[in-house]
Design a protein around this ligand. Structure first.
Ligand code: CU
Length: 137
């Protein structure tokens, strides 16, 4: 009987732990078409997105054949559609399996993130991610 109680407590603890991990693993994902049948994904390691918070992000570029593009140089520009904002250009470099960097949204509201993609031997490509709402911290 005691044994069974311990078993139940053990599983409840595991479930509680998994629940908190899920909260920490919250993400905000965006995906737009790119490269003739390919796609560009932008994944922030936070949800909802908040102002004045260093927010790690991952960019995954996939070509039309489904292969990940690993040799691009990215130039990122963070803007607000509603108003001019100071330049906000986080660096994002190749990091083993994706491009990674850290973004800081300096104001609440809608944001637009433009990623210019340069590759040797390819025409320059741009993708735009529209973020509806960044929340006040
Ligand atoms: Cu603004």
């Amino acid at each position: 009987m005691i044994n069974r109680v311990y078993k139940v407590m053990f599983f409840l603890t595991i479930f509680a732990f998994c629940g908190s991990v899920a909260v920490f693993a919250a993400e905000t994902k965006f995906e737009v078409p790119a490269f003739e049948n390919g796609k560009a994904q932008l994944i922030f390691a936070d949800a909802p997105l908040k102002t004045m918070t260093k927010t790690p992000f991952t960019i995954i570029l996939t070509d039309g054949a489904g292969d990940e593009i690993t040799d691009a140089t990215l130039q990122i520009s963070m803007d607000m559609p509603a108003m001019p904002m100071p330049p906000n250009n986080p660096a994002a470099g190749w990091d083993g399996d994706a491009y990674r960097g850290d973004a800081i949204f300096t104001m609440a509201g809608a944001w637009k993130i433009t990623v210019d993609i340069e590759r040797q031997g390819f025409a320059e490509n741009s993708v735009v991610f529209e973020i509806e709402q960044v929340m006040m911290k």
